[in-house]
Design a protein around this ligand. Structure first.
Ligand SMILES: [Zn+2]
Length: 361
């Protein structure tokens, strides 16, 4: 005998299925709101801020991070939800809104809201080396040099180029390092003398006016470079190497007496501010001092990095180095650094800022 189908059970299953389907649809439609519930609960004391952040389009992660940052930086004491809405309506990105609310005073925020959307502010925040402590300096520098990109502005301010040479110099504390930076804003101690200086032989240096000294590794690499260049018919000698503080002081004073300080600053360094005191720097000559464009210059410019050498003062970097081009002045920075500098076509100052000071990869 055939069993009679259990219609009652089937109807019940159908009803339950329908309810489940409807529930699933409701959950899917409201999924965003549902995932927000735990955040509302977690930050119930900041309910109105959470609500505002969601309204202007922050996602869950951004909202949580923002509330925590605002809490930590005590932003809630100074702002209300209207600022968030107004900044958003002005066109500021979430990242910028947070930055403004955390770093600007109430007065600065009000001023900002009275102006058009500030494109540069948003742009500066995207620059890798951006540092808020220097924000006003970036703005001032950009005003003075409107043609520079925001990236260039940040780089230059981070190198203190908005300050006058020797104005507020910082000491290079690690002069032994091959990537020590010495320029018109950074100096080395009067007492620094490299401990591994060696004398260069007449085969590699013009010792006619005093024996030239240089640090050992620099000398080894220099000899290799000179030997390889000679095989290709390119010859040059070291005219100058390590110079101690006192010698540089006399040299600089003589130049100032002869040319005046402003002119002397274009090509000579104050004592303590000369790379020659590092013992990794050489001035080169063939018969004459080398200049950009000489065949010896070109050879070193193309090959020097393989031995760890770079030209420190090129004409294209005059704005950054603060020196007129010196086609004779090379610096040993090690093969890795020299290769990066060569490949990227950047100045040593920029290399130092990015890869030594800020340790970028
Ligand atoms: Zn030099």
């Amino acid at each position: 005998m055939k069993k009679k189908p259990n219609y009652k059970l089937r109807r019940t299953i159908a009803k339950i299925s329908l309810v489940v389907i409807v529930l699933v649809i409701i959950v899917i439609i409201n999924w965003t709101s549902i995932t927000r519930i735990p955040i509302y609960i977690q930050y119930s004391n900041k309910y109105s801020y959470v609500k505002t952040l969601f309204e202007v389009g922050y996602n869950n992660e951004e909202t949580k991070a923002t509330i925590e940052e605002f809490d930590k930086k005590k932003v809630f004491d100074k702002i209300n939800e209207d600022y968030i809405i107004e900044l958003h309506n002005k066109g500021y990105k979430n990242k910028t809104i947070n930055f403004i609310l955390v770093n600007f005073t109430k007065l600065e925020i009000t001023k900002l809201l009275n102006k058009e959307h500030n494109k540069d502010l948003e742009g500066f925040l995207d620059v890798e080396l951006f540092n808020f402590d220097h924000y006003q300096r970036y703005v001032d520098y950009k005003e003075d040099y409107p043609d520079l990109s925001l990236d260039q502005v940040v780089t230059r301010v981070e190198l203190d180029l908005d300050k006058r040479p020797y104005e507020t110099p910082e000491e290079e504390k690690d002069p032994n390092s091959l990537t020590a930076l010495v320029n018109k804003h950074r100096y080395i101690s009067k007492d620094y003398v490299p401990t591994d200086l060696v004398e260069m032989s007449d085969e590699y240096a013009n010792n006619a006016y005093g024996v030239k000294e240089i640090r050992k590794e620099t000398y080894e690499q220099f000899k290799k470079m000179v030997d390889d260049a000679r095989k290709e018919g390119i010859t040059f000698l070291a005219e100058s190497g390590y110079r101690d503080y006192d010698y540089q002081e006399t040299l600089y004073r003589d130049y100032v007496n002869e040319y005046g300080e402003a002119k002397a600053n274009e090509f000579a360094a104050r004592a303590g501010f000369s790379e020659h005191q590092l013992g990794t720097t050489l001035d080169l000559s063939n018969i004459w001092t080398l200049e950009e464009g000489d065949k010896e210059y070109k050879w070193i410019d193309e090959n020097g990095h393989k031995y760890g050498f770079i030209f420190r003062y090129k004409s294209k970097f005059e704005d950054i180095t603060g020196y007129k081009a010196e086609g004779w002045h090379i610096r040993y920075v090690g093969v890795d650094a020299a290769t990066t500098i060569h490949k990227k076509g950047i100045s040593f100052d920029e290399y130092w800022l990015k890869y030594v000071k800020n340790n970028s990869k």
